[in-house]
Design a binder for this molecule. Structure first.
Ligand SMILES: Cc1ncc(COP(=O)(O)O)c(C=O)c1O
Length: 426
């Protein structure tokens, strides 16, 4: 059985982490790995173990780690100053590129994280509609705000549309402002809109919820329902933006929301995210464009940071080149098909869920269409991920992110590691 080396330096760091960080980590993935280096589709831990990396920094590294062209523009800008709290050329050009590429984007406001972008997108909808309620889907991830953390990963099945908070410390009153529906269920959405039409500001949705693709007609149905009933439609494209297509999931599926949020890819591995949307809605960020009580105050020290903008802009330039998305989709499809074949041959009850740029397996025999049906055998999943990791494949708990830098060799290596892991899993 293969194993990972663990040297003294890494042990010491893990010990220090458990002393000074709550739970021994930053709150993200497994705390027992300390990554030191990344290049293209691979990363190395402090002990020198090499992994094919499907974690990809949780998505931003879509062109691969330390892409030479990204490194070069970053290096150039670092030497000229790292932040100004003022407009800068890279940030302005990045905003212009987003407006050109993303169908719903007339204007862009930069922030530093996807959580912030979602928080402001929901606030923007409330400011525009002058109503408080937001409808979100069970299992939908919209960052860490009080509103976002409603029924993201409920441990028990609540009754729709009552939200279940995912975190301590959220005021009880927020529960009254969020309605929860099952993803891919237009009927429930329609009936909730009928009941709450005059209180609802918007529906927020991940066009691909975690890994679950929208059923044909679902996004179109949301668009029609929101339009017919005078609500705003927000696409959370923090993950899907520039990943499924250059214009994001809204271009991929051909459904244009009123507002979207972007993150991950647009920062090229640096803290940068954005709210983008229709000009009349985005006007609420402009003091001169709306009445005083309609203005949305929004300031952030690092918003539009020049390093992040330069890295993001270069990342987009690389993604825009002919063949980039074909390559990402080809790699993802090869893995998805290979995984399905291995699972079939081993007669394991599991599904490959997602689409080529991001997918995973779920240990379940059911069709996966919403949060509840996406809950598989979690313990088995954890064991499978650990077995893969021991064989040099790194991923998050429930997602493989595919990059432009992954190679056919990476695919072959991963499929062999997966086949062995499934075999050992029994
Ligand atoms: C769909 C979605 N929205 C929002 C966020 C939050 O983004 P961030 O981690 O940059 O705050 C994430 C993070 O993974 C996400 O997947």
């Amino acid at each position: 059985m293969p194993g990972l080396r663990r040297d003294e330096a890494e042990n010491e760091l893990v010990d220090t982490a458990s002393r000074v960080l709550p739970g021994g980590g930053f709150g993200n993935v497994s705390h027992d790995v300390v990554l030191a280096e990344g290049r293209a589709g691979r990363v190395w831990d402090v002990s020198g173990n090499e992994y094919v990396d499907y974690l990809l920094g949780s998505g931003p590294m879509i062109v691969g780690h330390a892409h030479p062209e990204v490194v070069e523009v970053v290096r150039e800008q670092v030497a000229k100053g790292t932040t100004f709290f003022a407009n800068n050329p890279h940030g302005i050009r990045l905003a212009a590129e987003i407006v050109d590429a993303v169908p719903c984007a007339d204007k862009v406001r930069f922030v530093s994280s996807g959580s912030e972008a979602d928080l402001y997108a929901m606030r923007l909808a409330r400011a525009y509609k002058k109503r408080d309620k937001i409808l979100k889907f069970e299992g939908g991830y919209h960052g860490m705000s009080d509103y976002g953390l409603m029924s993201l990963a409920p441990k028990r099945a609540g009754n729709f549309p009552q939200p279940i908070p995912d975190s301590a410390g959220i005021p009880k009153s927020i529960r009254d402002e969020v309605l929860i529906a099952p993803f891919n269920d237009l009927e429930t959405v329609a009936s909730l809109i009928r009941e709450h039409k005059n209180e609802l500001a918007a529906i927020i949705v991940e066009p691909v919820q975690r890994l679950i693709p929208p059923k044909p007609g679902f996004l179109e149905g949301l668009r029609k329902l929101t339009e017919d009933n005078g609500l705003l439609l927000i696409f959370d494209e923090v993950v899907t933006g520039f990943r499924f297509a250059y214009g994001g999931a809204q271009a991929y599926y051909g459904v244009t929301p009123d507002i979207c949020t972007l993150g991950k890819a647009i920062g090229g591995g640096f803290p940068l995210a954005a709210i983008a949307g229709r000009a009349d809605i985005m006007a609420h960020f402009d003091k001169g464009a709306v009445a005083e009580d309609a203005f949305m105050l929004q300031i952030g020290t690092l918003s539009g940071n020049p390093i992040a903008s330069a890295a993001g802009l270069k990342t987009l330039e690389i993604l825009k080149r002919p063949g980039a998305y074909d390559r990402i989709f080809k790699t993802g499809r090869a893995l998805m098909e290979g995984y399905a074949e291995i699972l079939r041959a081993a007669r394991v009850e599991a599904r490959v869920v997602g689409d080529a740029p991001m997918f995973d397996i779920v240990f379940t025999g059911r069709e996966v269409a919403d949060y509840r049906s996406s809950l598989g055998d979690d313990a088995k999943m954890k064991r499978c991920n650990a077995l893969l990791r021991r064989r040099g494949v790194l991923k998050s708990e429930s997602k493989y992110y595919i990059s432009l830098a992954h190679t056919e060799t990476d695919v072959e290596f991963t499929l062999a590691a997966f086949a062995e892991s499934i075999d050992e899993l029994g």
